[in-house]
Design a protein. Structure first.
Length: 289
């Protein structure tokens, strides 16, 4: 009896469903005698493992792996300018009436191991009382690190019991973006687009919104990057199959937060366009009907 991998149409014997045969973590292609997988060490920033222990990646995906923080920084700066600013026009009005891009020019992007990502995601869930990072089978590949700074002024009255404390400013800061090491470029950039959207929400002072709304919008931006920037639009492009695969994965995501959240956001986007959707969410914390 034989099975077949979705999308890639690889036929394989059913025994490989339970005998520990590895799949590429990026595209889910299964290892075979003529398509061996490379194993990456988790604790050494993506170095190749020679003992078979670690995350498996196929040779097709390994060719374009983002290998260093320096490479990640270059891709962030390109995405910030050419995608968020020039293509999407996601600018924020300042108090002086100027429209500007809130994503900072030099936001640190760090490639990290799964354990580091999970530990930081767990700390954030505890702080914000949110659900798990692997909700409904969705596994986190990126995380936006942010903090809120609140400045207080204490006014001393004539008597101790008349002292008052007043909040004079609240400021959100995004300190870094963490992304799982070993991702091929298309997947890496789609994850970074998602995380940059989280960063934009924090820095543009969007009000706290339902998790499904926020994650759905971040997935929408990830989809738009893949749709327009992820590679050539002709079938002859060497990465076209991977680009379409990642787009399909976003549409077919089964979880409520990420999957249904994206499908709701995509429906609103096709009706009203991105700017009207974002303006409505900033005003109401909800997607337009």
């Amino acid at each position: 009896m034989y099975s077949e991998t979705p999308y890639w149409k690889q036929k394989f014997c059913n025994k490989h469903l339970s005998d520990g045969t590895k799949r590429c973590f990026a595209c889910q292609r299964i290892a075979s005698w003529n398509q061996p997988l490379i194993t990456l060490k988790e604790e050494e920033g993506g170095a190749v493992s020679h003992d078979g222990e670690g995350r498996a990646i196929c040779e097709e995906c390994a060719v374009t792996v983002v290998a260093s923080n320096e490479d990640a920084q270059v891709l962030y700066e390109e995405m910030r300018t050419s995608f968020f600013k020039d293509k999407l026009g996601l600018l924020t009005s300042t108090s002086s009436g100027e429209n500007k891009l809130v994503l900072p020019e030099k936001l640190p992007v760090h490639l990290v191991a799964t354990q580091v990502l999970n530990e930081n995601a767990s700390k954030r869930r505890e702080t914000h009382n949110r659900s798990g990072s692997s909700e409904g089978g969705h596994h986190t590949m990126g995380l936006t690190m942010s903090e809120k700074r609140v400045t207080f002024v204490k006014k001393i009255g004539q008597h101790l019991h008349h002292d008052t404390t007043q909040v004079v400013s609240r400021q959100n800061e995004v300190t870094a973006i963490l992304i799982l090491h070993g991702l091929p470029r298309l997947l890496f950039c789609s994850v970074m687009a998602h995380e940059c959207t989280h960063a934009m929400f924090r820095l543009s002072d969007y009000p706290p919104m339902n998790l499904q709304v926020e994650e759905g919008l971040c997935q929408l931006i990830s989809y738009l990057w893949l749709q327009g920037e992820g590679g050539g639009k002709g079938a002859s492009h060497p990465r076209e199959k991977e680009r379409v695969y990642y787009i399909n994965k976003i549409f077919e995501e089964p979880s409520e937060v990420y999957g249904q959240g994206f499908r709701d956001a995509f429906e609103a986007y096709t009706k009203y366009g991105l700017k009207r959707v974002m303006d409505h969410v900033k005003l109401t914390q909800m997607l337009p009907c």
